[in-house]
Design a protein around this ligand. Sequence first.
Ligand code: SF4
Length: 149
Amino acid sequence: MNILATEYSLRHKALELYVAGCKGPHCPGCHNPETWSFDQGVPFDTVTKREIETKIKDFAHMIDNIWVLGGEPIDQDRKALEELLSFLRGFRPVWLFTRYELSEVSENILCHCSYVKTGRYNEDKLVDDNVQHGVKLASSNQKIHRLNN
Ligand code: SF4
């Protein structure tokens, strides 16, 4: 599994971590086709772990949550994703953003997450008012689930 990028979201007080790769069939109208390839970014390993930890500690006062996005996190190597989520939850509550439904995500993944955004981007169901847990979602079919972790 490769890490494509990290960003700070001041608005959501979150460190955003993007994993590289999203398997087809892709969502029509996807705004991030540059994230589809698995063959980009840097491997998630001990070096990247240290770098992520530094990013969290350097701006600890600005980060309430850690968001894991893609690409598509659930299309990643399952063991590597579990390791990433387990590592991150040691610092802050983890939010996982996926196009899959909650029933399609394994318990080994969910147990590390405090929030999970589900549902694929659907350009036929675009809305302006789907705000859940302070996050605006693009289409009406998408949800954010609060988990008991
Ligand atoms: S899951 Fe995300 S990255 Fe993949 S096609 Fe859909 S919107 Fe694009």
